[in-house]
Design a protein around this ligand. Structure first.
Ligand code: MG
Length: 296
């Protein structure tokens, strides 16, 4: 798409400690793009700036910051159709990796001004008034668990936190889960549950069992039934080779999900601690447009 006016929202607390304005200006100026910036200071600023930029009628809202800032801007753009562009900072930006957006700032800026770029509509998860882009974890997948190393994340993807927990706890607490998935009731015992919108842990080309897509309009529910998942996962070449719907790992897809558990389970959304179960989670399909690379 042709961009004439851009608004850039910068979280100065994220990314690398080096100036970015010169790079942005040199590329946007050369392309004849008029641009303005807002600097965020507090939580909520990015969300508000995104909405103001849409009201001002800009062609694209770009965000420079980590995943939290990207989520805030995305939440401000839901349903507006206004495209978001991601300028990855120095920190791992899971959304940009998932979407194949260049990691390097000049390349990401050039993608915005490239008239051949594409727009991809991504799904956003919603629960109890809050949004998430990646996943909600219940029970042992709660990401408070220390020890989910880079290696574990690379190897086991979104199961890394559960695996890390199981490596510590020899006798993990079981819960009885009661799911309502698009109106269908399912009862099952398990030690951990993950509801995923995005399967990527920051690795290009990696996604949980190749089933999780951030733009299929569905959430993926994984229930880890017992600790045999550790030996099964260890023997698989990668988590993409894990066999789903075995005694160790159950998998469903749904748009509207209610989960209750006995005893109540802790929950987390994108790393933030949320209230214990019961929890209702739904997907806002194709809620935000994102600028991505031209089709190969
Ligand atoms: Mg999906």
């Amino acid at each position: 798409m042709k961009i004439e006016r851009a608004h850039i929202i910068i979280n100065p607390a994220s990314g690398q400690p080096k100036p970015v304005l010169h790079t942005i200006n040199s590329i946007f100026h050369a392309a004849g793009v008029d641009w303005k910036i807002t600097i965020t200071k507090h939580g909520g600023d990015a969300h508000r700036s995104a909405q103001e930029a849409v009201a001002a009628g800009v062609d694209v809202i770009a965000v420079y910051g980590g995943d939290g800032t990207v989520m805030e801007v995305a939440s401000g753009l839901i349903g507006t159709g206004a495209p978001m562009a991601i300028l990855p900072g120095g920190t791992a930006n899971v959304v940009s990796v998932e979407l194949g957006i260049p990691k390097n700032l000049p390349e990401a800026c050039k993608l915005i001004v490239n008239e051949n770029n594409s727009v991809r509509a991504i799904d956003v998860g919603f629960s109890e008034g809050k949004y998430f882009l990646h996943r909600v974890g219940l029970g042992m997948s709660a990401e408070k668990v220390k020890g989910a190393t880079r290696e574990l994340k690379d190897r086991f993807g979104i199961l890394a936190y559960t695996i890390a927990g199981l490596n510590v706890l020899k006798d993990p607490p079981m819960a009885h889960y009661h799911f309502t998935l698009d109106g269908e009731t399912i009862e099952a015992d398990g030690i951990s549950c993950i509801v995923a919108n995005s399967g990527n842990m920051g690795m290009q080309g990696f996604s949980m069992a190749k089933t999780v897509s951030i733009s299929d309009g569905l959430l993926d529910v994984f229930l880890v039934r017992d600790r045999s998942i550790v030996s099964i996962a260890s023997s698989a070449a990668s988590v993409a080779d894990l066999t789903l719907n075995t005694d160790a790992l159950q998998h469903w897809q749904a748009r509207d999900i209610t989960i209750d558990a006995t005893p109540p389970q802790s929950t987390q959304g994108d790393g933030e601690v949320w209230d214990n179960t019961p929890i209702r989670i739904s997907v806002l399909p194709h809620a935000v447009n994102v600028i991505v690379s031209p089709p190969a």
